[in-house]
Design a protein around this ligand. Structure first.
Ligand SMILES: Nc1ncnc2c1ncn2[C@@H]1O[C@H](COP(=O)(O)OP(=O)(O)OP(=O)(O)O)[C@@H](O)[C@H]1O
Ligand SMILES: [Mg+2]
Length: 410
């Protein structure tokens, strides 16, 4: 309520007033002196016990203390720790000078950027322009860095404005998203092209049939009709393949939970291929064994995978040479489905691209045997969904071995 000095003054005043009243009331001088001394001593003790006023910051001048600037976020020890945990590059700048760069930024731009001007650290005209335009008032829009850091790549740059001219600059890689977009549009273009070719042939032959006069020989008509039928079947097969690829893709993250017997699926598929009009049914040498091979799987999809791999070996192998289908234990938990042929093989350059949609080593040859170039793309997706590992090994002139290692059902 009162500070220390005021309390002391009030206490001594009260002692003096009490002594005067005591004198007026007729008290003797010794008693009044003793009481006044006791009161003064009590006031001194209380004065010593009451806490003093807080120290004066302005040194007693009375002027208001200027507000200290807030500590910089960039210099906080937790900031560096957090920044290094971020997977994307992150840079802190103070007045356009890089004061901190996380591990990802150092990997992307080099360690030398710390201490450099941000415009030299990120050498890109759009970055220079965007960083200069950011005024600290409104949140700056993301900046597109095309062909950064190398041609064909794209990154985006975002600026977070802090107080005191500090900034955090975030970089994110958009190259993979662009590649996926490109793949999607390539896929649509390729699919349209694949459908357009047989469609053009069908329309051409239908027109020719229309133009034929009544007495044209029956064999010519038959030939044209069978071409139309073949091309229509190609289109049908293409649509079936496109539908199955999109179905497998839609189920990509849903692992099958039903135990199925892979050996039985292989036996059934081989029997179907041998019953079909395949050119070389007798060349299939099946060694799947009699014991059941349990895997968690989608029976129809696994049958399609087996069918696609074996029919490739039949199509691209040499007539009269064996196509060997085996189920070999890989280790205690896995089994390898292996299909080997003794065909012309595939040159190493093509191997990494075989599972791309519509990719064919020899387009004319594949087309002539009715291939759409989707078979191995479907195989890859089905294998992935079943946590299987696809492996294609080939020796030009000797043959090819396509295998998928599946985890066994516990
Ligand atoms: N066993 C093999 N031997 C040699 N080349 C092969 C073999 N398997 C696949 N290829 C090559 O890989 C390409 C892609 O195969 P994929 O199964 O994806 O397509 P496709 O057989 O042409 O058409 P689809 O299977 O859709 O009918 C083939 O065009 C062929 O050139
Ligand atoms: Mg194929």
């Amino acid at each position: 309520m009162f500070d220390r000095l005021s309390s002391l003054v009030i206490a001594l005043t009260l002692v003096a007033v009490a002594a005067i009243f005591a004198g007026l009331a007729g008290g003797d001088a010794l008693t009044i002196t003793l009481l006044a001394a006791a009161g003064a001593a009590a006031a001194a003790i209380v004065h010593a016990a009451v806490p003093g006023a807080p120290p004066d910051f302005d040194g007693g001048t009375g002027a208001p203390e200027p507000e200290a600037p807030p500590p910089s976020l960039l210099r906080h020890p937790d900031f560096a720790r957090w920044a290094d945990q971020e997977r994307e590059p992150l840079i802190g700048t103070a007045d356009n000078v890089v004061t901190i760069a996380n591990d990802a930024a150092v990997r992307l731009l080099g360690r030398h950027i710390v201490g450099a001007d941000i415009r030299t650290a990120i050498r890109h005209p759009a970055a220079t322009e965007g960083l200069a335009a950011a005024d600290g008032a409104s949140p700056p829009p993301p900046i597109d860095l095309v062909d950064f850091p190398r041609s064909g790549q794209r990154w985006t740059l975002r600026i977070a404005e802090l107080s005191g001219g500090d900034r955090i600059i975030f970089l994110s890689d958009r190259s993979a998203i662009d590649a996926a977009d490109r793949m999607r549009s390539d896929f649509v273009a390729n699919a349209s092209h694949e459908l357009r070719t047989p469609l053009a042939a069908i329309l051409g032959y239908v027109e020719t049939l229309h133009d034929l006069t009544g007495e044209t020989d029956v064999p010519t008509r038959r030939r044209f009709l069978s071409i139309i039928e073949r091309e229509a079947r190609r289109m049908q097969q293409l649509v079936i393949d496109l539908l199955s690829i999109s179905r497998v893709e839609a189920d990509r993250f849903r692992r099958p939970t039903t135990p199925v017997d892979l050996a039985a699926i292989v036996r059934t598929t081989i029997a179907q291929l041998q019953d079909s009009e395949e050119a070389r049914p007798k060349d299939i040498v099946a060694l799947p064994g009699d014991t059941a091979v349990p895997v968690l799987g989608d029976e129809a999809q696994l049958a399609q995978l087996v069918h696609n791999i074996i029919s490739n070996a039949l199509k691209y192998g040499r007539a009269g040479t064996p196509v060997t289908v085996e189920l070999i234990p890989e280790d205690a938990d896995r089994v390898r489905l292996s299909v080997s042929d003794e065909g012309d093989g595939i040159a190493p350059d093509h191997l990494p691209r075989l599972t791309e949609r519509f990719y064919r080593v020899d387009e004319a040859r594949s087309r002539s045997v009715g291939g759409t170039g989707l078979g191995l793309a479907i195989v890859k997706h089905i294998a992935e969904r079943h946590r299987g590992q696809l492996d294609i090994a080939s020796e030009p002139g000797k043959g090819t071995r396509v295998s998928v290692v599946f985890p066994l059902a516990a």
